[in-house]
Write a protein that binds this ligand. Structure first.
Ligand code: MUC
Ligand code: MG
Length: 368
């Protein structure tokens, strides 16, 4: 039984403003869930989002309210430890709320894996790699600063591929910005762009033509969430990889996107999928449809990042790597031992569950 469910909002400043078409972040609000089981285990989950309601349909405050008011009483009323049965009841009684569901499921999986003495990845099908490649997102808003930041990351062997946040300026200005960075970093360094749905289809055609010719490797979510037809036409028209991000909201949207050939790559995000198990389903749909995979982030802190890494470590095809750099964008550490980023990759622990230890004193200091 799970009698104690706590939801904690933790506010952490970022190392620099993070400028995206949907919001500029100066701080991140981590939404953490801590569940204590009757047999003495503690599990953690995370439901962090980006820019309040700027990105998704759930805000940190609404996630906390909904977990405290609806998920927690329901979970407290259930007997036993059967995770599938518990999630089935939660899904039956609670509509939507994918981020909240993901956090609860992660904490329960963390506990179940600890109970079995296994790393969480072993409950998700089994680990195929002990580390995942991690890119860095350049989003200072300034071309020269972005180039310097990328060069620093390359020298420190922290990241060797990059994603650029665009979409807030005119298409031409964004294209110049991207191509200047590509030229400065050279052919060997993979550069991708995330438009965060800011372009019309015509903007996209104009922009992608030049970006493809300039050697850019991937265009993420160029058009509106629901404009599946535009994504389909762009995927068909260009050789460059077109990736669905915001349009992917769990397995059924993954199925629709795959069926309409509306992307050549999927950004799998555990919270957007509605849980780790649903993220795995999204990946399976992609694999069956011949769509490549990329491990996405909602700029989560260490809990959501490690949960995602545990899932991504089980993917057979992780062709486009991951963007699990969220904790590195934050100025404060909430683990007793920080995550290990080394040689351009995030390394997974072999200890049971998520394999991380939360510094609860730090959480107390930083909580809202
Ligand atoms: C997004 O749209 O991909 C991921 C990395 C980043 O900088 O923003 C997020 C959201
Ligand atoms: Mg994106």
């Amino acid at each position: 039984m799970y009698k104690k469910i706590e939801t904690i909002l933790v506010e952490i400043p970022t190392i620099r403003p993070h400028k995206m078409a949907v919001a500029t972040m100066q701080t991140q609000t981590l939404v953490l869930v801590k569940i204590t089981s009757d047999d003495g285990f503690i599990g953690w989950g995370e439901a962090t989002t980006i820019g309040g309601l700027g990105y998704g349909e759930e805000s940190p405050e609404s996630i906390k309210t909904n977990i405290d008011s609806y998920f927690a009483p329901l979970l407290r009323s259930l007997q036993g430890h059967n995770l599938a049965q518990i999630m089935q009841v939660l899904k039956k009684h609670i509509n939507g709320n994918r981020f909240a569901k993901c956090a609860i499921q992660t904490a329960l999986l963390d506990i179940q894996a600890q109970r079995l003495g296994l790393p969480l990845s072993e409950l998700l099908g089994g680990r195929l790699r002990d580390s995942v490649p991690v890119l860095w997102v350049l989003a200072s808003g300034d071309t020269e600063k972005d180039i310097a930041e990328a060069q620093q990351m390359l020298e420190a062997k922290r990241h060797n591929f990059f994603k650029l946040k665009i979409g807030s300026r005119a298409v031409e200005a964004d294209v110049e910005h991207v191509l200047a960075i590509k030229q400065a970093l050279g052919n060997e360094v993979s550069i991708r762009v995330d438009v965060n749905r800011a372009w019309s289809e015509l903007d996209a055609i104009k922009g992608i033509k030049r970006l493809q010719a300039g050697g850019i490797d991937l265009i993420e979510q160029p058009c509106a969430i629901d404009n599946i037809e535009a994504m389909q036409r762009l995927t068909h028209r260009f050789d460059i990889a077109i990736m669905a991000d915001e349009s992917l909201m769990g397995p059924s949207s993954a199925y629709r996107l795959a069926k309409s050939n509306a992307a050549s790559v999927f950004a799998v995000k555990v919270a957007q999928s509605g849980g780790l198990l649903e993220g795995r389903d999204v990946a399976t749909i992609a694999q069956l449809a011949g769509i490549d995979l990329y491990g996405g982030t909602m700029l989560e802190g260490t809990v959501g990042t490690m949960a995602s890494a545990q899932l991504f470590s089980t993917f057979e095809n992780l062709k486009f790597g991951t963007e699990l750099f969220g904790p590195l964008l934050l100025t404060q550490e909430i683990l007793t031992t920080p995550l290990r980023y080394e040689n351009f990759e995030l390394h997974l622990p072999n200890t049971p569950g998520l394999g991380i230890e939360i510094d609860e004193n730090k959480i107390e200091q930083l909580r809202r």
